[in-house]
Design a protein around this ligand. Sequence first.
Ligand SMILES: [Zn+2]
Length: 150
Amino acid sequence: MRKIPFSSAMGGPGDCIFCKIVSREAPSNVVYEDDRYIAFLDIYPFSKGHTLVCPKEHGETIWDMKEHDIADLFQVASRVSKAVVSAVEADGFRFVQNNGEAANQVVAHVHVHVIPVKMEDKGRFSDRRRFTPAQMEEIARLVREEMAKT
Ligand SMILES: [Zn+2]
């Protein structure tokens, strides 16, 4: 199997920001978690409610996962997408799953982007934007509330 390359500046699990989010060494707005998967708001989102879904176990790309774990990851992502779309009253959503630096994967820990889209943004790839910590917490609260209903 061909290796998917990352910049040598990227370290292993010890330096991985997503592993630190899993272990709570780094802060994040967690919206869902079970024993194997975690979902939290993207800190620099493309849209309000943009969420990342990750396996807790470190692996750089989807190729590092067992196939049945990939199926479970997308099952969780699907559940998260329903909560996110309801929470922010979106009209659709994107799954984006980048593998390797060439594909714009910035953090070398497998993740699925769940990006809600409104009809007014149809066909457009919006720029990343910032929300205040209070706004992020409020969005996370709404998503968690919707997750609890599923
Ligand atoms: Zn990691």
